[in-house]
Design a protein around this ligand. Structure first.
Ligand SMILES: Cc1cc2nc3c(=O)[nH]c(=O)nc-3n(C[C@H](O)[C@H](O)[C@H](O)COP(=O)(O)OP(=O)(O)OC[C@H]3O[C@@H](n4cnc5c(N)ncnc54)[C@H](O)[C@@H]3O)c2cc1C
Length: 355
């Protein structure tokens, strides 16, 4: 089976790496490392807990794989700093059990006000702190680059370039592939539209955070649902801090400069939220970071067929601002699903009546 993966960010690179390890699969990965791709801008926070149970299951599996493999930890430049997730919802039992089973001793639950111990003050009543000792952050661009190198070492092909036409002149898929997977992140909806194909509800959204100079007791990685504030330490005396955005349909490749322009009022909001939750931390100057990511209606990174009339064409995107957590496991499932679908097509071809 010949598979062409379009897009060499975290999703495409990991999928190509998974596929090249499967017997009988020839892989061609096409794409450039875009400076303003989501994987280059990502904060890289990885933990097991996620409110969405499907994403949580992937995040837990991904974290377990990281902890089991020193090689992967080194590829991803993983740093363990722990995580606190403050939620007003009741965390799903299944998710908590999965974290416990995969990373024994990592998880503890506490009332929200106990998060003060982790430097997070003034949490409203009714919140739970999901505390994970074994969590931290990765460098998604570095992990993607290492995966691409491994694709080449294992006999796959990695080619620089931008795919514009998914079908070539003869009506075949690009690169004469049996299957094409569009893993072009925020570029995917435009690539589909440019080829007259439905986007399946995929949309883009800008994600923006600031890297602030920070003095005082900087907490471990955290998400606070009550203010929306999230953050993590970023080296000595610096903190990454952000708030959710509503900047839908942002153009892919949005630059850091655009982030700075749009980010001034956002930075003021971040400072206000931080003053409430991190009263002992003094924030100084900041550098804005922004990039568009691809959002699916279900918020999940998974393999999706584009349309019944174009068998063999899939997307692998839509991780909705959280794919650094889910991509390691989602790429395994996507490779499985792709091979299953190819086997099914071969069976259907064998069974179709001879004219
Ligand atoms: C600012 C920011 C912070 C984030 N923080 C976190 C976090 O803390 N934790 C977390 O879990 N997740 C986080 N995420 C989400 C996560 O990093 C992304 O979901 C993930 O990196 C997306 O990877 P991707 O490969 O789908 O897309 P991208 O990294 O955007 O890669 C897409 C690639 O496709 C290429 N491409 C595009 N069009 C074409 C074409 N026509 N032909 C060939 N190649 C093409 C591009 O050049 C690009 O390299 C964050 C995202 C952003 C933007």
């Amino acid at each position: 089976m010949r598979v062409c993966v379009v897009g060499a960010g975290l999703a495409g690179s990991l999928l190509a790496w998974r596929l090249v390890q499967r017997p009988g699969v020839r892989v061609m990965l096409v794409g450039d490392e875009h400076r303003h791709a989501a994987s280059a801008a990502s904060g890289g926070l990885v933990r097991g807990y996620e409110p969405d149970e499907y994403n949580a299951a992937l995040a837990v599996r991904g974290l377990a794989v990281l902890y089991a493999s020193p090689t992967l930890r080194s590829w991803a430049a993983f740093r363990e700093i722990g995580s606190v997730y403050l939620t007003a919802a009741c965390p799903a039992r299944r998710t908590l059990d999965a974290i416990d089973a995969a990373l024994p001793g990592s998880l503890s639950l506490a009332p929200g006000d106990a998060a003060a111990r982790h430097g997070l003050a003034g949490v409203p009543p009714g919140h739970t702190a999901v505390v994970e000792r074994r969590a931290g952050f990765i460098n998604p661009a570095r992990l993607a680059a290492r995966a691409r190198r491994e694709v080449i070492l294992r006999g796959g092909v990695v080619r620089a370039g931008t795919v514009t036409r998914i079908r070539c002149e003869a009506g075949e898929w690009v690169e004469h592939a049996d299957a094409v997977v569009l893993a072009a992140g925020a570029w995917t909806p435009g690539l589909l539209a440019g080829n007259g194909l439905p986007a399946g509800g995929l949309r883009t959204k800008l994600i923006r955070y600031g890297v602030f100079r920070a003095a005082g007791p900087v907490p471990r990685a955290f998400v606070d649902e009550s203010t929306g504030l999230y953050g993590r330490p970023d080296g000595l005396g610096r903190m990454l801090l952000g708030l959710p955005t509503v900047d839908w349909d942002a153009p892919p490749g949005t630059s850091h400069r655009d982030g700075v322009r749009a980010g001034r009022s956002a930075a003021a909001e971040v400072r206000r939220a931080a003053a409430r939750r991190l009263p002992e931390v003094t924030l100084g100057r900041y550098r804005a970071v922004a990039a568009a990511d691809c959002y699916a209606p279900d918020g999940q990174l998974r393999l999706r067929p584009v349309a019944p009339e174009v068998p063999g064409l899939f997307t692998f995107t839509g991780g909705s601002g959280g794919a650094a957590k889910t991509a390691l496991a989602a790429s395994v499932d996507a490779a499985d699903a792709l091979l299953r679908s190819n086997r099914q097509r071969e069976t259907d071809d064998d069974l179709s009546p001879v004219p």
